[in-house]
Design a binder for this molecule. Sequence first.
Ligand SMILES: *Cc1c(COP(=O)(O)O)cnc(C)c1O
Length: 400
Amino acid sequence: MTRLPRIELDFTSPPPVPAAAIRRANELMISGRLFRYGEAAPGELDVAVLEAAFAQLVGRRYCVAFNSCGASLAASLMAVRVLPGDPVLMNAFTLAPVPGAIAHAGGAPVFVGITPDYKIDLDNLRTAAERSGARCLMLSHMRGHITDMGRLMERAAELGLTVIEDCAHTLGAHWKNRPTGTFGAAGCFSTQTFKHVNSGEGGLLVTDDDDIAARAILLSGSYMLHDQHGTTPPPEAIERNRYTTPNLSMRMSALTAAIVHPQLELLDERAAIWNDRYLRLAALLADDPRIRVPERHVDEHYVGSSIQFSVDGLDDSAMLEWLSLAEAHGVHVKWFGRPEPVGFTSRFDHWRFANQQTLQATTAVLRGLCDLRIPLTMSADDCHVVAEIIRCALATTGRP
Ligand SMILES: *Cc1c(COP(=O)(O)O)cnc(C)c1O
């Protein structure tokens, strides 16, 4: 045990806010113009400017900014006309805001199992869709794992499903050179602190559909100031929806947009660091026979801001033992097998506001699933130390 090195690395350290963003945020605070709507032209309003830039970055016609990704996910469901009581399919492996967004829209979450490589199980998708009669799938690219989008969209079409993509971990990621968030009817991105752009809170919905864009604008709480958006659908689309779409006051503030916008040009730089660290860690961990690191598909251009791996075959007490040993040496690994939800990590059977389901294969995958954040401050050398701590902690576990 004493042979284990220790690392002083803050696994929770977020990407810093660049100087240009701080400058702009200060200007806004001095002016007091923090509300997204004003008397200015759209070109002078930070949120509208961000919407236009983000739509262009992802390659979709419209972007509507929200106060969180969870809010934008809920708005997407309402915008595709999910009605109270409607079943909505979702990956069983995701984060709590996803079933929360479905509940927010009044829908009933229906969990779909995952494969051992942490992606949605397409056979289970068919069964769950047919059994529930759901018309909509909220697909999470959870922790950046992107399923074969060609096959997924084909299956969704066969089953008559509208797809909403949860891209909280895939800003900058592609499947076959096509950005995530451009496959479904709408895609939602997060600018929460632990995602690829950090403004504390924030959500960005993208779509090509006039009516979804119009409803998203109205739902976000536009006070009918539609022309102060960065990407506005034709007036007819607003007209068709303005009397039937409530204002839910889930707007992004100017301050958030000012913090987000200058970070967009840093995405490639950040992704290069994350992927370098990811590949180092993946190679070192996969070298250990006790650890399984699923291989990534050649068409999956992920951004490795965190790494997932499986440790199968240990009982709960052995898992807790090696996790606390790693923790004592400075490596904070999250475990999706914990019986109780702890710090970000909850599981489908913890979301008891939804109908409970049994998904044995998925539960077995989650039992061994470990998750490690990759802070941008992790150096290439740190990767070796981190992997060694994980491997030594595992090797020590269960030994007398
Ligand atoms: C963070 C996250 C969200 C929602 O983001 P918020 O901006 O916090 O609402 C949705 N899905 C996944 C998988 C996430 O990790």
